[in-house]
Design a protein around this ligand. Structure first.
Ligand code: GLC
Length: 594
């Protein structure tokens, strides 16, 4: 679908809005920093839940009540323009306990199936809208170049055409193909967020919030500098935006990162000339969380720079009073043209009009009980299975035949939190039974019954192992959940404790099947020497039991690597690992024809 042309409804409404109401419309505030009453008083255009921004209790019903309170308040403003409630439903409605958690994008890239991704978009739209939220900050259409980046798993892969196809499929699924947009999609982060050079993160240290909230020194690559020429920007990082804009994506989020030393949030050529001019994007650009503040120590200058560059809605997201007063001052002082402000408001109203928000035509919202519906969970199970990649199986030990005695070891084997990864219930995610789901252990129990022994997560836990007469060891290794720059890393090498676990199991079984739960390729080292077969499951989500179907042959492996798999860590000051010969190249899949 494409965004409708500007209707007289939009122009008429814009003409009736006061300066304060127009400023309110471009203001997006975190739910923790504003009350419904203030939303009504200041005619705020949007409220968001950041990662983990959940009501207490964190239930679908409580979410619906929370979101409804803000939307209903916005209808009480003088002109009653409904606000848009935004959230990061990036692999299902992942903040909400009980929602279906789909595999993260890197696994969907391995599956490479646009119809599957479209169906996931549809299911995610239904579960998101059921809580009242009709805007998700997805898809991420990054093209990750260096797996040391903590957001690698949010990208579909390193093939720009694949990223374009799958990003577009998600937009179709989310926004729907009816006349009225169901749930607004947000392509992010424009542009070249996945191209930043290792070691170039910086520049926000003087922003108190960033100092307080994140241990910036951990951040090495996220929000860094993409040191690439325009030809590379166009050939690698622009294709997905061409596609999603052509399909009518209603919003785009600017990237925290820089392009050759200039912050994207202040880059007029990128946000206005390229995205809105050349690509013809007619929706609105939203800034990222506290990103505008990073542009200058002088907040007034930062606000003018971002809005003049082409940011239309500002994810403030805390001190909305300071933001609104600053915009008022700079407009009255002529530092920000009123035409630019009106253009930003017009873009936002046009999208709200396309969502039926200006004429009461918005679609009926599903009931909160739809979250975690069995058909959605079945879809997630299918997706987890489709995204797993068989990396090696030198002695054809897979699929397991008969019902051999199997020893299952490793923390992720029976842990929903580790299978879901970041952006799940909490911003960074967490180990444990954080939300209802099924694990690889559940799937193997179903298939193998009593011939499965599930043991511990570390080599020390395995001491009773010697008495177990297991023929086959299935050992999972994993990454602890992380999000954004908190997942930046200097090394991809699997840690010693997990190496020891694999070695210990190998001592007492005949065959070892290694299953990797990670948001990116890992350098597996000696663990590879102990493994007869190697499977990467990526971050499969809340329905990981489907992986067992692959191990016992109830389903075939179909996934292919969406990224190169490095053989070793790059040198600290080197470029992306692609500079060295990978262990397995993008497209690799052991034994998969074609
Ligand atoms: C974060 C992320 C962005 C997310 C936004 C709202 O910092 O960069 O992807 O959509 O804030 O949570």
């Amino acid at each position: 679908m494409t965004l409708p042309t500007v209707t007289s409804r939009v122009d008429d409404l814009l003409a009736r809005m006061t300066l304060e109401e127009r400023i309110g419309q471009i203001t997006q505030v975190d739910r923790t920093a504003i009350t419904p009453e203030e939303v009504a008083e200041y005619a705020i255009g949007s409220v968001l839940s950041g990662g983990g921004g959940n009501p207490e209790p964190n239930t679908p019903t409580a979410w619906r009540a929370m979101v409804d309170s803000y939307v209903e308040a916005s209808r009480r403003s003088r002109l009653g323009v409904p606000l848009l409630y935004g959230t990061d439903a990036v692999h299902g409605h992942n903040n909400v306990v009980g929602a279906t958690i789909f595999p993260h994008n890197i696994g969907l890239g391995a599956a490479g199936d646009p119809a599957l991704v479209r169906a996931i978009g549809r299911a995610t739209a239904i579960e998101t809208a059921a809580t009242g939220a009709r805007w998700t900050f997805a898809p991420t259409v990054a093209v990750p170049q260096d797996p040391r980046w903590g957001r690698t798993y949010e990208g579909y892969g390193q093939d720009p055409a694949l990223v374009a196809r799958l990003g577009t499929a998600l937009v179709d699924g989310l926004q729907g193909d009816a006349e009225v947009i169901d749930v607004l999609a947000c392509a992010k982060h424009f542009i070249a967020d996945g191209a930043t050079t290792y070691g170039t993160t910086g520049g926000a240290q003087w922003v108190e919030w960033w100092q307080r909230s994140y241990s910036i020194p951990n951040w090495r690559i996220d929000q860094g500098d993409a040191r690439i020429d325009e030809a590379t920007l166009r050939s690698v990082h622009l294709p997905a935006y061409h596609e999603v804009v052509g399909r009518g994506v209603g919003s785009v989020m600017a990237s925290y990162s820089s392009w050759n030393g200039v912050k994207v949030h202040g880059h007029r050529w990128l946000l206005t000339e390229l995205l809105k001019g050349e690509l013809g994007f007619e929706g609105f650009v939203v800034s990222d969380y506290v990103a505008v503040d990073q542009l200058s120590p002088d907040y007034r200058e930062a606000v003018v720079t971002a809005l003049e560059a082409g940011v239309d809605m500002v994810m403030v997201p805390f001190d909305h009073t300071r933001f609104r007063e600053t915009v008022r001052e700079v407009v009255l002082a002529g530092e920000l043209s009123e035409e630019r402000l009106n253009d930003a408001v017009r873009r936002i109203l046009r999208v709200k009009d396309a969502m039926g928000l200006l004429d009461g035509q918005e679609p009926a919202l599903p009931h909160p009980s739809v979250l975690g519906a069995s058909d959605h969970r079945a879809l997630a199970r299918r997706a987890a299975l489709a995204g797993a990649v068989l990396l090696a199986d030198a002695h054809d030990v897979l699929p397991l035949t008969g019902t051999p005695n199997v020893l299952l070891a490793g923390a992720a084997a029976d842990d929903v939190g580790l299978a879901c990864g970041g952006w799940t219930i909490e911003w960074s995610g967490r180990r444990g039974a954080i939300t209802p789901g099924r694990t690889l252990a559940d799937g193997l129990r179903d298939h193998l019954g009593g011939s499965l022994a599930v043991t511990g997560a570390t080599a020390e836990d395995l001491s009773p192992l010697d008495q177990m007469a297991a023929e086959v060891g299935v050992v999972t290794v994993h990454e602890e959940p992380y999000a954004e720059g908190m997942g930046d890393t200097a090394t991809l090498v699997l840690d010693a404790a997990q190496q020891a676990l694999v070695a210990r199991v190998a001592e007492v079984v005949d065959r070892v099947i290694l299953v990797v739960y990670a948001g990116r390729p890992l350098v597996l080292g000696p663990a590879l020497d102990h493994a007869d077969a190697v499977v990467v499951a990526w971050l499969p989500g809340s329905e990981a039991d489907g992986l067992a179907d692959l191990l016992v042959g109830a389903a075939p492996f179909r996934g292919r690597l969406p990224v190169d798999w490095p053989a070793a860590d790059p040198a600290p000051d080197a470029g992306p690992p692609q500079d060295q010969a990978p262990r397995w190249r993008r497209g690799h899949a052991h034994g998969v024809a074609g």
